[in-house]
Design a protein around this ligand. Structure first.
Ligand SMILES: [Zn+2]
Length: 734
């Protein structure tokens, strides 16, 4: 709302009324331009004319922009009232001391250079903005200054400012608003018409002198505050995903970006979605990647700098999960396998023979990854082995029409329709464009380029009973009173494969995870890895990815993570991405109500908490430990426990041995061995022989080698201590 400081101008009373009025007009127009640019553009002449002829006074009442909430009503974006501080220089006393007084005070309060304000004081104008988005406490101080010093010519216009309390969290989904509060990116842009509300206005006609009129016309329209959005995004899952992505980016030295999506397999609701690097919507113009900051700092040419800066900004704002396409590699085999089974071209009984390469046509051979010959294998083995030869055979046998029919049915030729701006379509060969070579390479996930959201939605269809759903991030739209205005339900586009084929796919894909790095005790996950060479890239880079869903017998949650340009000990998605997907699933599944169900084998080593038995009798201590399925080793001859390892409250696998020391005895220290190169069973044998306890995670394959251990080799720890070791199967079939 425009408010003007109506002090009597000492420049002459005869002009003052008119000047005040004219200023109101100008202020109103600026507000109008800011809030409803299109109206002011179209109707500017009309209002200008009215202003001079009929003297119409128009005051805008700004509407409050709606909030954005996560699925648990945590506020992700909100608006607060702020003020635009402006000068009406023609109303300021023409006195250098007054200019100085105003400039000194405002420059301190608003952090604007003294000279800038001083120059504004001298302008021949009724409206010159000093600063936007000024908080109320500062505005109050300026008003006090005006009153105490009898200053005229400082004006305030109400505005709103957008706050994002969680900083960078979900920034690429939320987007941000421009200085005029108009949504510029993400949901802020996509749902602009819901969020913005409708400004109200007071329209008053006055006579030329601004005094009493021979007629009076006043119309008031109330401001209608914006609607709020309730997202499907869960801030906790989102935070967990983002932290995992950031860690992975650093650990695997990913040059371009990392990206991840967690979604509800059956409804299409997105729980979390992110790519890194990203930005803080409270200050979207800032560059947040340190590497990019350095690159920008090195540019000396101004034009080049501006171009590079805007490119870097766009890059950090862009939601790669929906806006960037890539060749998915072997993760795509989920689609090929579904098509092969559903079309009846192959069954799970079908057998393949792999020589490490496949004769596609004439003398043309396409090799398996690393030219490994997988030998005789059935349909499931071929998928576990990620055998390109078998998949080329599937593609070529079903033929390009059937292949393309399913490619299309799985939604890979259309946008998913997710309620976010800037979704990209895919780049693909149609049946007519596909030669034998293209069909062969498309069958194992090269040549066609799709978005991560397209791929994950297709995978959901493969495992949820065959239904291709439309992904979405806004669950509800609420009006200012909290009533539901709009609610998003599940949109099933079509059934792509039968329930039966889908069940088979779940079983096949569960086998892939059982022997790989995404294995998760207590949860039956299914999944597929992928590693695709970036054929159009200058450098020798890969996109490594992994998609998983769970539980395999009744899928609820699916997750896809990809790294564009990792430079690590491996480029295989199954090695470096699978463990991260597994930990995101481990966090998400219990969170959405899927509890762990352990097999007998898993149950034998499920974690329990050690009781604190210090200062209790040895008899009592033994009973407490046994009750929890823990073994014990006693040192010393006393009857009271004086120390224990692991200490009380440690989560430790059932069957571990807790060392309890009694009176007079001292803990024995053991040097932690280097487990690099040890398989899970070898490591367990060594650790146990040293009197330590082990908890293994990751791959259970005898081929897996240790990659991380919680306590560094060579460190001395008390006997009984727990060493956590993560095993990675490095030579994986991708
Ligand atoms: Zn093979």
């Amino acid at each position: 709302m425009a408010k003007i400081n109506r002090r009597k101008s000492r420049k002459g009373n005869s002009r003052s009324n008119l000047i005040v009025f004219a200023t109101v007009m100008v202020v109103a127009f600026i507000a109008l331009v800011g809030r409803l640019a299109y109206i002011s553009l179209i109707r500017h002449d009309y209002y200008s004319e009215l202003a001079t002829s009929q003297q119409l006074r128009d005051t805008i009442i700004s509407a409050e922009r709606g909030n954005i909430y996560d699925t648990n009503m945590n506020v992700l974006a909100r608006s607060a009232t702020v003020w635009t501080v402006a000068l009406a220089p023609n109303l300021i006393d023409e006195d250098e001391d007054v200019y100085d007084q105003i400039s000194s005070f405002l420059s301190k309060k608003l952090d604007v250079p003294y000279e800038t304000i001083y120059e504004k004081c001298k302008e021949d104008s009724y409206y010159s903005i000093v600063k936007r988005k000024v908080d109320k406490p500062i505005k109050d101080e300026i008003e006090t200054f005006i009153d105490e010093n009898d200053i005229s010519g400082i004006t305030f216009t109400q505005d709103t400012k957008r706050y994002y309390p969680y900083g960078s969290l979900a920034s690429q989904i939320l987007g941000f608003v421009g200085t005029d509060n108009y949504g510029m990116y993400g949901l802020e842009a996509y749902y602009e018409e819901y969020l913005s509300g409708i400004s109200g206005r007071i329209l008053t006609a006055v006579n030329a002198q601004g005094g009493d009129m021979y007629y009076r016309m006043e119309s008031v329209s109330e401001a209608q505050n914006g609607y709020s959005l309730v997202l499907t995004i869960d801030a906790n899952i989102q935070r967990f995903l983002e932290q995992s992505l950031e860690e992975a980016m650093a650990e695997h030295n990913v040059h371009n970006y990392v990206c991840g999506i967690v979604m509800d397999v059956n409804t299409g609701a997105i729980y979390a979605m992110s790519s890194k690097p990203d930005f803080d919507p409270n200050d979207p113009l800032e560059i947040y990647s340190e590497l990019t900051q350095k690159e920008l700092a090195a540019i000396t040419d101004e034009e080049q700098f501006i171009a590079a800066l805007s490119k870097a900004q766009e890059f950090q704002w862009r939601n790669k999960a929906i806006s960037d396409i890539y060749e998915p590699g072997s993760v795509f085999k989920v689609v090929t396998a579904s098509a092969a089974l559903e079309s009846g071209t192959f069954t799970t009984e079908s057998r393949f023979r792999c020589y490490g390469r496949y004769n596609v046509y004439g003398s043309l051979y396409i090799a398996d990854a690393n030219s490994i010959a997988h030998g005789d294998e059935d349909f499931t083995d071929a998928t576990v082995n990620s055998c390109n030869s078998a998949y080329m055979q599937m593609g070529l046998t079903m033929g390009r029409e059937i292949f393309f029919k399913y490619f299309d049915a799985f939604g890979l030729t259309e946008k998913t329709g997710i309620d976010l701006p800037a979704e990209s379509g895919s780049s693909y060969y149609t049946a007519e464009q596909m030669g034998v070579v293209e069909l062969a390479s498309c069958s194992f996930g090269q040549s066609n380029a799709i978005t991560p959201i397209q791929l994950l939605t297709a995978i959901c269809a493969a495992v949820n009973g065959g239904y291709l759903v439309e992904p979405y991030v806004v669950r509800q739209v609420l009006d200012a009173d909290g009533n539901i205005v709009k609610e998003t339900g599940t949109t099933v586009k079509r059934q792509v494969i039968s329930q039966e084929t889908s069940k088979t796919m779940c079983k096949v894909l569960e086998k892939v995870v059982e022997s790989g790095n995404a294995y998760l005790s207590g949860f039956r996950l299914g999944g597929k890895s992928g590693t695709a060479e970036k054929l159009n890239s200058d450098s020798d880079e890969y996109v490594s990815s992994f998609a998983a869903f769970g539980p395999a017998d009744s899928p609820q949650v699916a997750c896809l993570i990809l790294y564009d340009g990792p430079h690590s000990y491996s480029t295989y998605g199954g090695s470096i991405v699978a463990p991260v997907v597994s930990s995101v699933m481990a966090y998400t599944l219990p969170y959405v109500g899927v509890g762990a169900v352990y097999s007998d084998d898993e149950l034998a080593s499920v974690d329990v908490y050690t009781p604190n038995v210090i200062r209790s009798s040895l008899t009592y201590a033994k009973a407490q430990l046994q009750k929890r399925g823990l073994n014990f080793k006693v040192t010393g001859d006393g009857t009271e426990v004086v120390y224990q390892y692991p200490t009380g409250g440690t989560s430790i696998p059932k069957g571990s041995t807790v060392v309890v020391g009694t009176d007079e005895s001292e803990p024995k220290y053991v040097k932690v061995p280097d487990l690099n190169g040890y398989s899970p069973s070898q490591a367990a044998a060594l650790i146990e022989s040293l009197g330590l306890n082990i908890r293994s995670s990751g791959s259970t394959s005898h081929m897996a080698e240790d990659k991380r251990q919680s306590i560094a080799p060579g460190e001395s720890v008390p006997e009984g201590s727990l060493i956590e070791v993560e095993f990675i199967l490095a030579d994986i079939n991708d």
